[in-house]
Design a protein around this ligand. Structure first.
Ligand SMILES: CC(C)(COP(=O)(O)OP(=O)(O)OC[C@H]1O[C@@H](n2cnc3c(N)ncnc32)[C@H](O)[C@@H]1OP(=O)(O)O)[C@@H](O)C(=O)NCCC(=O)NCCS
Length: 171
């Protein structure tokens, strides 16, 4: 199944707001991720509790972003914007939304795996790191263990500057 071309104006795209996903969002989220070439086979309705989505009127989901928590570290995953809505700041908005959400839940450090968007994350304060520098629980997650290719770049960002737990900074 393919989505119809986006008819919303760039202004409407930029004004889109991220809202907590609902369990019913799962199918649309998975379709968006498939189209963006990101892993989605492990996603279940429970994951939607830590997902945000942005909608454009009746046109369905424009973008999504998710979080998987492992203690004070969390994996930011599934950041995707519809191909025809990119370049208008929606990805940036998604990242900011998730950083604020994660910080409000007591997360101190975000990590990501990416094959294509390293410059996007680098421009937003993420630093490259070795996978082995992250907690074992993160390394054992399905994204790390099997879904993302070994060639994917691992990056992290401290989101709580007052945190004293900056132990995982290795290059
Ligand atoms: C990465 C992604 C979420 C960015 O969404 P977006 O809505 O286009 O992002 P924004 O409009 O907020 O920001 C665009 C900026 O990021 C840059 N950018 C976006 N994707 C990029 C990429 N893959 N590589 C390099 N730069 C990228 C753009 O050049 C632009 O730079 P500028 O702000 O200096 O002009 C989107 O390209 C996407 O869905 N990619 C496929 C899925 C993916 O790789 N997700 C990340 C891994 S979880």
């Amino acid at each position: 199944m393919f989505q119809a071309p986006l008819t919303a104006s760039p202004e409407a795209v930029v004004k889109s707001l991220f809202m907590r996903a609902e369990a019913e969002s799962l199918a649309s989220v998975r379709m968006l991720l498939r189209e963006a070439g990101l892993p989605e086979s492990d996603l279940r309705e429970e994951h939607m509790e830590a997902f945000f989505v942005s909608r454009a009127g009746d046109e369905g989901i424009l973008a999504c972003v998710g979080l998987e928590r492992f203690g004070d570290t969390a994996l930011l995953r599934s950041l995707a914007v519809r191909a025809d809505a990119r370049g208008h700041g929606v990805g940036d908005q998604a990242l900011k939304t998730m950083e604020a959400f994660a910080a409000s839940k007591g997360v101190n450090r975000l990590c990501i795996l990416t094959t294509t968007a390293e410059p996007f994350f680098e421009a937003r304060g993420f630093e490259r790191c070795d996978r082995t520098a992250l907690p074992a629980s993160v390394q054992a997650s399905s994204e790390f263990k099997s879904l993302c290719p070994a060639s994917a770049v691992c990056m992290f960002k401290e989101i709580n500057p007052t945190s004293s737990t900056k132990k995982h900074r290795h290059g």
